[in-house]
Design a binder for this molecule. Structure first.
Ligand code: ADP
Ligand code: MG
Length: 236
């Protein structure tokens, strides 16, 4: 089943007389159980692609669908709800709320979705346990290491029944062992039925994906299908 689809998506940024085409007529489909890695040089449109897929940004042309729902057909409230309930987003810089504990940060999307505080906490503790951080549940972000903060961010992205996981260089600020652990978690959730898109510049992480998409100047310049093929390409 297709969870994410981008159809001829363009994103132009205008500044004065010049226009930068950050994405140029991009087509992409990601199915449940599939992890797609997006690679490409700086400025090639990777973050733009992810922001459009997550409904954080709007295409200049083309259409984004999440589980069949066209995002351009939604009002602001419905879009916010869809993002909260169906999309888990991991940012490079964690984006945790500093005044909330780890458990409160993770519980936030569930509470916003109307779950009781008790139920949201139970789910948050389970998600923190999944990332090996149950003992740190009541600590604040500034009491956690960078790697622990990123694992909290991953737990927050994984909580609930989200079917689309989007991660923009989630291992960027992490040492390689912690980066590996974060990738393990994303891979495991995808193997249990989510669709994942992972922006990474590290070939060894991309080789975990089922497919690698290469961007240059907002266009897809190459794409590999299948994990074996990806490994072949990256090791040749
Ligand atoms: P990547 O994540 O691959 O480094 P981005 O998606 O961030 O690339 O950016 C793609 C292109 O769009 C770049 O040329 C960048 O300068 C431009 N761009 C991104 N965001 C903005 C913005 N808010 N305003 C103007 N230009 C932008
Ligand atoms: Mg980027």
């Amino acid at each position: 089943m297709t969870v994410l689809s981008l159809e001829r998506v363009c994103r132009d940024y205008r500044s004065g007389a010049t226009t930068v085409r950050a994405l140029d007529s991009l087509d992409l489909e990601v199915a449940a159980g599939e992890l797609v890695a997006v690679m490409g040089p700086s400025g090639s449109g990777k973050s733009t692609l992810l922001a459009l897929a997550g409904g954080l940004d709007t295409p200049t042309a083309g259409r984004v669908r999440v589980e069949g729902t066209a995002l351009d057909g939604l009002g602001a409230a419905a879009l916010a709800r869809l993002r909260r309930d169906r999309i888990g987003y991991v940012f490079q810089d964690f984006n945790l709320v500093s005044g909330l504990t780890a458990a409160e940060n993770v519980a936030l999307p569930r509470e916003l979705a109307g779950a009781s505080a008790r139920k949201a906490r139970t789910e948050a503790l389970a998600a923190l346990d999944e990332v090996g951080l149950a003992p740190e549940a009541d600590r604040f972000p500034d009491q956690l290491s960078g790697g622990q903060q990123q694992r909290v961010a991953v737990a927050r992205a994984l909580i609930g029944r989200r079917r689309l996981l989007l991660a923009d260089e989630p291992t960027g600020a992490l040492d390689s062992a912690t980066g590996q652990a974060v990738l393990d978690l994303i891979r495991a959730r995808v193997d249990r039925g989510a669709a994942g898109v992972l922006v990474t510049h590290e070939a060894r992480f991309a080789s975990w994906a089922d497919r690698i998409v290469f961007l240059r100047d907002g266009r897809m310049v190459d794409s590999t299908g299948g994990r074996d093929r990806a490994e072949e390409l990256l090791t040749s």
